[in-house]
Design a protein around this ligand. Sequence first.
Ligand SMILES: [Fe+2]
Length: 593
Amino acid sequence: MLILGLNIFHADASAAIVLDGEVKFAIAEERLNRRKHFGGFPALAARACLDAVGAKISDVEHVAVGQDTHANLAKKLEYALLNPTKILNFIHLRERKVAMRDVRLLLSKALEVDSRELRFREHHLEHHVAHIASAYFCSPWEKAAGFSYDGSGDFVSTMMARCQGNAIEVLERVFLPHSLGSLYTMICEFIGYTKYGDEGKVMGLAPYGEDRYCNEISKIVAPKNGTFQLDLGYFKPLGSNQGMQVLADGTVRLARHFSDRMEKLFGDPRKPHAEITQRDMDLAFALQSRFEEVFFHSLKHLHERVPVDDLAIAGGCALNSVANGKLFEHTPFRQTYIQPAAGDEGLAIGAALHTYHSVLKQPRRHRLRHSYLGPEFSESRIQSALQSAGLPFRKLHRTELLEEVAEHISAGNVVGWFQGRMEWGPRALGNRSIVAHPGRSDMKDILNARIKHREWFRPFAPSILGEYQHEYFEHDHASPFMLHVYKIRPEKRKLLCAVNHVDDTGRLQTVTREENPMYYDLISAFHRRTGLPVLLNTSFNENEPIVCTPEEAIDCFQRTRMDVLGIGPFLIVKPDTQVDMIATSSRTKKEII
Ligand SMILES: [Fe+2]
């Protein structure tokens, strides 16, 4: 049975294909059309899904969309009636959404087929149910508590659920305009981070602040009856989705969220690109601190209703890896499952799996253990791309490639690492990564100066061999998708100085051989040389969506000051790269092309 899942006309539009209950392929449209957070119709992603399983759209039996414009209609109407100035906006948005609902027409146009050939049944699933489904149905559990939170989706910002067998039973919803995601975005905007998706930057800034504004932020958000409440006086009117707009061309744009009361309380907002002051850092600190407090309060309440150890979390706020890392100490939950695409691209998987398990009552067999659900490219395609780019390259056997790349990393060189299938979700997890030495004090500056050009306060992340995690980190719950931040043990902080954040934490990726043998073996080769079972891992890109194709990787390699590129079996070393060459390497075996 073939099910196509879609996230359409919403940020991070995406598609996923599920065959007999197993997610075979999934991709966000931004990786294909190269427009970050693209929020239109995922035409290229849908086509890529079908190609990946060798199917035509006429073979698809079900199409599932993680959005239901009919959901929570009474609440939407109630809000509109209470806010008459918003009624026109509300009607306009609704008309637009209804026009977008003709999925049959949209798919037939996108895939250039006659709509009469399409035989699928169409399913629309409420946004947050799709989020929770994306986590729970990918988890190994038969029973779990489900929690989803973000800015908004189908007029809801937070959902709690009991997940059991094939069913997701919704227990509570927090309706707009109350939204932890909107709170985060509002304060991000106030301190000058005004783009969609900037919240992660502010999470990185928070540890530089001090506890000066926590009381003030408590006036804006407060835990209440197991969830939370905002003081709406600090916000521009929320509620009819005007906080985040998806323009006709798919661009996602944020409108100003904060009201004049924020300026009265905290002074002038910071202009984007202006110097960051202590005030901005302290605000980020207070925001993250209160966000965590409300999150833990809500989780404790959820645990009272669903008293189990296991928690499936999703939604854009589930990308707050700092909060995820702390929840074990602050709530009764003992285990989390957070799907790699916890944000809105994950809706495609959630909607498809919900259709399979909850609507069609099919049994659960599939567990999503890794994030490598995107495209991969043949050796001949990679070779042609290298030849077209005019780059001198060598083809190596697997062990030689790993050893030589590990030697380059040990010597302090920056390596682009392009292998196998692209990751699903916002994190590069060893297949579209830039890797470097985690223990060099100058590495963060080198990466920023040469390639990434990121804000000075943003940390780089470590990938660690799973069996060493407890030696280096103060928590041993696995973090396979780089969605937990833990304290680094005091004796290891200096050794990992390039990935040790200012508060002595790291947003780690736990790497196991079962999930990614090539990446595991690369880290192992580095470990043998340096004694460190860790690599610095950052996404393979430069102010763009993560590279998808060999051509994009080669282009990024050429226009930045990366030293080395390991792409498939090929190695490219820029001419001025220094390395203490490997004593054990036997160059005679290498096939020189
Ligand atoms: Fe969402």
